[in-house]
Design a protein around this ligand. Structure first.
Ligand code: FE
Ligand code: FE
Ligand code: ZN
Length: 276
């Protein structure tokens, strides 16, 4: 089991690795750049090498890089589309220095055009800019369906996965808050939800989990995360998700509203629940 949380990238990879260890984590997630999508700091190769040494010694699992959430690859507005192209191209370039790191992003919003047209736009862009020799897997995040977000239903995720040019280089990041908020009952029918995912996308396509409780009830589509055990999903159902036999060995990332001390408490709690 690889368990960690979202960390601020500002001080570099070695620093994040040490921070993760202090929290009891053996993986983490970081933004590729400021979430608003501005310029990214160059990746320091010595820093990455030092981190990799620490990661090997401490048995770290794969890391998750998160694209800026303001990115809308599904947009046909020339300016927004061009910005998405620039950011994705630059991020893929930088990821080439971080082999094996997952690249998670939100597929975008259709803004009234309809999901299918928007999905086609997003995947076309991805197909244009993804370097086929890149040793990284891109992950589409399961979305809550807030506003006109695409990627809420498992069918939509399956549709997009099916159109990507490198089938081995695409997967899904399963966000528990979003899935529940988006209408899948992780509390009352976890087995049914996972069966549905298996039927549409395939559980092997889940490469990472975002473990969040949800402030709001099933199907509310508001995307408000809660601390583990303090939301509408609850500790028991969340532990069941990450201990499911078909979902082991994935990086599990907390994106709960916490400071670092709060993350340490949640990691400890989850390890206890998992018998680790
Ligand atoms: Fe996200
Ligand atoms: Fe998430
Ligand atoms: Zn969210």
């Amino acid at each position: 089991m690889f368990l960690g949380c979202h960390l601020s990238v500002s001080r570099g990879f070695l620093s994040m690795g040490r921070q993760a260890l202090e929290l009891g984590a053996n993986t983490f997630q970081f933004f590729t750049r400021n979430p608003r999508g501005s310029r990214a700091k160059a990746i320091d190769n010595d820093d990455v090498r030092a981190f990799l040494d620490l990661a090997v010694v401490n048995g770290f699992g794969p890391l998750v890089a998160h694209a800026p959430y303001t990115l809308n690859p599904a947009s046909i507005d020339p300016k927004i589309s061009e910005l998405a192209r620039i950011i994705l191209t630059d991020d893929f370039n930088r990821l080439s220095l971080l082999p094996g790191v997952f690249y998670n992003f939100h597929p975008g919003c259709h803004l009234g055009r309809g999901a299918e047209a928007a999905m086609d736009t997003a995947i076309e862009l991805l197909n244009e800019v993804f370097p086929e020799n890149l040793n990284n897997t891109v992950l589409l995040e399961t979305m809550a369906g807030k506003g006109t977000e695409i990627g809420r239903t498992f069918e939509e995720l399956a549709y997009m996965l099916g159109k990507f040019k490198c089938p081995e280089r695409i997967g899904v990041c399963f966000d528990t808050c979003h899935v529940f908020d988006g209408g899948y009952d992780l509390v009352g029918d976890l087995d049914g939800v996972l069966k549905e995912f298996e039927r549409t996308v395939g559980l092997t396509k889940i490469k990472a989990v975002h473990l969040n409780d949800s402030l709001n009830a099933l199907s509310s589509r508001k995307d408000r995360h809660a601390k583990i055990g303090e939301g509408q999903i609850g500790l028991e159902a969340l532990v069941k998700v990450i201990s499911h036999p078909k979902l082991v060995n994935r990086p599990v990332i907390l994106e709960t509203p916490n400071d670092l001390d709060g993350y340490a408490v949640e990691i400890k709690l989850l390890k206890k629940e998992l018998g680790l």
